[in-house]
Design a protein around this ligand. Structure first.
Ligand SMILES: *Cc1c(COP(=O)(O)O)cnc(C)c1O
Length: 225
């Protein structure tokens, strides 16, 4: 199938999930995860009108970023090594994988040098799979309080990954928990601003994530394979 046909199908499914959960379709944004494809296909994605791109490896993403002259909004969605932070700041618009204070410190330091604020999601490890990274839910509020001291980091929301399962319903408690954590942070005024974004849902489970409140879904294989 063509990219265009894949996108049309995904949009139709997003629409259905929004209707089912009484949500506004404009509140769900697609991040096209272009980590699987080359610069030409990434350009096709942009030409189709998708504005948000997701990449998980600095060394693969930067050559594409340069060739595409920074078109679109770039989301860093993979595990981020502190030593690579300086390569992506000023280029990537969002970091979805803030998961430790040492990383926050490095982002803050480099952002100050550039005179910018960096939009970050805190990644939360709800499924507790060994292979998944992220802050443990029970440490999240303290972590957010600590990160709020870094004034060049602007927290926008929370991100999580659910395990791949055949029965997508099994992912629902994970996405619901992420939304509840966001509400808790806002209700308790942990920050002096509100978190608004939930980055959750991938090709296998985005419909359940939308029903539970996702504002950014990260779609790779369904769009590009
Ligand atoms: C690869 C990746 C995705 C996209 O996964 P698909 O199943 O291909 O849609 C989403 N989020 C993260 C963090 C990823 O690494």
């Amino acid at each position: 199938m063509s990219l265009e046909a894949n996108l049309a199908l995904i949009k139709e499914r997003i629409k259905r999930s929004c209707i089912k959960s009484n949500r506004n379709q404009n509140d769900v944004k697609i991040i096209a995860v272009t980590k699987y494809v080359d610069v030409d296909q990434t350009k096709e994605v942009l030409d189709l009108g998708l504005e948000h791109l997701g990449e998980n490896r600095v060394q693969n993403a930067l050559p594409k970023y340069e060739k595409l002259q920074g078109r679109g909004f770039w989301h860093f969605i993979g595990r981020l090594q502190s030593k690579k932070v300086k390569q992506i700041l000023g280029k990537f618009d969002y970091i979805h994988s803030l998961d430790r204070l040492s990383l926050a410190e490095e982002i803050d330091k480099r952002a100050k040098q550039l005179g910018i604020k960096v939009k970050c999601f805190v990644q939360v490890n709800i499924s507790k799979e060994e292979t998944k990274t992220g802050v443990e839910p029970e440490n999240l509020l303290d972590f957010i309080k600590e990160v709020s001291k870094f004034d060049s980091i602007q927290l926008v929301g929370l991100m999580t990954m659910a395990p791949y399962v055949e029965d997508k319903e099994l992912t629902r408690p994970i996405f619901r928990k992420l939304r509840e954590l966001l509400e808790q942070i806002n209700d308790q005024n942990i920050l002096d601003y509100k978190l608004t974004e939930l980055s959750m849902g991938m090709s296998n489970d985005f419909e359940v994530a939308i029903e539970e409140g996702a504002t950014f879904i990260r779609i790779g294989s369904l769009l590009l394979k």
